[in-house]
Structure formats: C-alpha cells, structure tokens
Design a protein around this ligand. Structure first.
Ligand code: ATP
Ligand code: MG
Length: 399
C-alpha cells in the first residue's frame, strides 16, 4: 500500500475497532491499480451514518440521505458511505430511496462498472466479486450485471462510460456499448448538472478525441444542452489537434465550432449551468481570439486581456490554424512582461489625487483622465510615478 491510502488506514482501523467493516472503494482503488494519481479516497462501511458520526469527532453531513458522511481526519477528508442498495429507481434517474445494508458485496453490486466495484481492505487485499481487476487489465468498461438493466436504472451511467473512455483510454465492452446505443434516449431524463459534471471530465481526459467521437457515434449529443442539432459542428471539432488545450479552452473551442456570437455564448453555457464567472472568461477568450483573427494584439490588448486570457486565446488561435510552433506565445509573453504596469491598481495615481490636484469634484472626467494616464503609461510616454503624472497632466493641460 502507498500514500494516500496509508494515511487513511487509521480511518478503516477505527471503524473496524468499533465493530464495523470498512473498505476503500470506487475510483481510488481503480486508479491505484492503474498506478494513476489518486484523487479523493472513498470509504464504504457497514456502519450507518449515525454510527460513523459517533466514531469521528469532525464530520460534515454532505449527503446523509445517500448514506454519505464527510470525515475530517488528520487534515484529510474522506467520504464515508454506508453499504447500500438502490432498490427502487424512478424515471431512469437516481434511486427514489436508498436502503442501508450490512453486506459489502451488495454494495459493490450497485456500482456502475466492474472497474469501479472493487473494494480494498486496510492490508491491501482486494475484494473483487465482479472481476474488476481483470477489466482493468483488459482495459474495458463493462457494467456490473446486465447493461440494459443498469442503464435503465440510471441513464447517467451511459455518459459516465464515455467519460471514462476519455480519462482512462479504455474501450467500452460490446454488450455495454450495444445497450448504450439502444437506450441513449433515456439521457433525456437526466438533470443537466449531472451531465455537465461528466461532460466536463470528458473534455479534460487524455483520450477526449475518441470520447467525442463516441458522443457522436452513440448519438449522446442529441441529449446534451445546445448540441442536439449540432452534428456538423461536433464533427468539425474532431478535425483539430487539441492535445495542448486545457478543459476551459476545450469549451471555448466548442463554442468556436458552434460559431456562437457573444450573447449566444452566454446562452449556450448557461444552458450547461456553467457559473457566470466562467462564462465571462470564455466570452473574453473568444473576444480576443476574434480580434486576433483580424490583427496582431497591441500591448494595450495584452494588458486589458490579462495574461491568463490572452494565453488561452493564443493557444486556440494556434490550434485552429494548425500551427505547431509556440513562438507567438513566447513573443506575447515577452511583450506582456515588459509592460510598465499589469493592472489598473498599479498606477501611481488615484481618482482622489486627480480631484485634489485640480480642485474639482468627482465626475466622468476622473475616469476619462485616468484612462489617458493609463494609456500614456502603457505606451511608454509617461513614467508611472505620482510626481511625473502630476507634471504631465499640468503640462499637457489635461484638466
Ligand atoms: P473520479 O476519479 O472521477 O472521482 P470515480 O469512479 O471515483 O471517478 P465518482 O463519481 O467519484 O467516480 O463515484 C465514486 C464511485 O461511486 C464510483 O467509482 C462508482 O463505484 C460509484 N458510482 C458513482 N456514480 C454512480 C452511478 N451513477 N451509478 C452507480 N455507481 C456509481
Ligand atoms: Mg471519486
């Protein structure tokens, strides 16, 4: 066993000493067997949420109705979920109610794919009734039990299958894929937030090109916000070599392929329930990208955009043009680094200074004058210190 499991072993031991069973489960065990970096550690236990809360002093109720308690232990947090079944499914979505049980095997049985249905005890022994280790070895994504049943219980699993194709570069086992193709319409019942989370992970995976191909091939796109009539745009995105893009830049590339204008970008991303802050960032990236198609950016553009935004816009520009070289990125970084100021707050003058110097009360003139000063500083014709700025303003009669 290795970190971060080692640090979590005492959590299992505590549960066991109190008379319960406890195991590592889910993605952490899978990623451990794959020798991949492990994100968060999930623990399954026979203890009920109430029982878990009695054992640990620091807990947070994050999803008690699903049996999940977040336990804070030695500066780490662990999601501890009571063994459960999801007996009744309503409307192809999550279960109506969960029943807590005392059997690990039944808990593993309710999990989506064999590779995600492996438990590991505190000594590193695997409990693997559905041969998940073999699936991992063969790199296949296969449902636990009959695929058609499992996708009817919760249609989101179909999208999860494709997102794992992206993250793990595994293939979807045949029966599972056939069931997916047959039942894809059930995705119409699934909440957008749940689809968003899977799609975002899909866009971040190493094998995202193939996963996007599957989104087309299986017709999942018909049930995704703003994409149902966008087969051609989705084909377009596959033409690009987008290996070097971040997840956010992938969203921007998608927006580019959909040929959306400013307002439409917001509408599309709101449709995906993306937070407004992230929508604004993508709109900014698209604004500078569009400008870049027309002209080279000025140093004022770089300043206004900020480094984070213009770097994203430039890398998109390169990908869309099929340019491999990063020279232009270096070029723009160099100009940016040479800027006398990087933000308005770095100017050595404030609106209050102006009002005091000119003995005038506030008004639109303050903002206008600050803008002139800012432009002069960025153009290199004015040195950014208070004394110079004051002189420059009086000399030029800018008041
Ligand atoms: P990640 O690395 O993205 O966290 P993960 O496999 O841990 O991948 P989670 O969404 O964190 O995925 O879910 C944790 C575990 O819960 C899964 O490994 C799986 O066993 C189970 N699970 C999650 N979602 C479902 C679902 N819709 N149906 C059945 N089991 C699920
Ligand atoms: Mg997880």
């Amino acid at each position: 066993m290795k970190e971060p499991f080692l640090a979590a072993v005492p959590v299992l031991t505590k549960l066991e000493s109190a008379g319960y069973e406890a195991y590592f489960v889910g993605g952490a065990v899978r990623d451990f067997l794959l020798k991949k970096e492990i994100n968060d550690i999930d623990i399954a236990t026979s203890a009920t949420p109430e029982e878990v809360k009695q054992i640990f002093s620091k807990t947070v109720d994050v999803g008690i109705e699903h049996g999940t308690v977040l336990v804070l232990y030695q500066n780490q947090s662990y999601e501890i979920t009571t063994f459960r079944t999801e007996a009744e499914y309503e409307d192809y979505r999550r279960p109506k109610a969960v029943s807590f049980i005392r059997s690990l095997k039944e808990d593993l049985q309710r999990r989506d794919f064999t590779m995600n249905a492996i438990a590991m005890d505190k000594d590193g022994n695997l409990i693997d009734p559905f041969h998940g280790e073999l699936s991992i070895k063969n790199q296949v994504i296969q449902t636990v039990g009959k695929a058609t049943d499992r996708f009817q219980e919760d249609a989101l699993r179909m999208m999860r299958a494709v997102r794992f194709v992206s993250q793990l570069s595994f293939r979807i086992e045949e029966e599972t894929l056939t069931a997916l193709e047959d039942l894809v319409h059930l995705l119409g019942k699934i909440a957008i937030e749940r689809k968003q989370s899977e799609f975002d992970k899909l866009l971040s995976g190493d094998n995202r090109k193939q996963a996007l191909q599957l989104i087309l091939q299986t017709k999942i796109y018909l049930y995704l916000p703003g994409l149902s009539n966008q087969e051609e745009s989705l084909k377009l995105i596959l033409e690009y070599k987008f290996d070097r893009l971040t997840t956010r830049e992938m969203w921007a590339l998608l927006v580019y392929c959909l040929k959306l204008k400013n307002k439409e970008i917001e509408e599309f991303l709101r449709g995906w329930r993306m937070p407004l802050k992230e929508i604004r960032e993508i709109q900014l990236i698209m604004h500078y990208l569009n400008k870049r198609f027309e002209v080279n950016w000025s140093s004022y553009d770089l300043y206004e955009a900020t480094q984070e935004i213009f770097l994203s816009a430039e890398v998109l520009y390169l990908v869309i043009n099929g340019f491999e070289s990063n020279d232009s990125i270096q070029h723009y970084i160099q100009i940016y680094e040479g800027l006398p100021i990087k933000a308005r707050s770095e100017m050595d003058v404030t609106g209050n200074d102006l009002m005091e110097w000119f003995n005038k009360s506030g008004g639109p003139w303050v903002k206008e004058l600050l803008l002139k000063v800012e432009q002069a500083i960025l153009a290199g014709s004015l040195v950014n210190n208070k004394k110079n700025i004051k002189e420059w303003l009086t000399e030029c009669n800018h008041n």
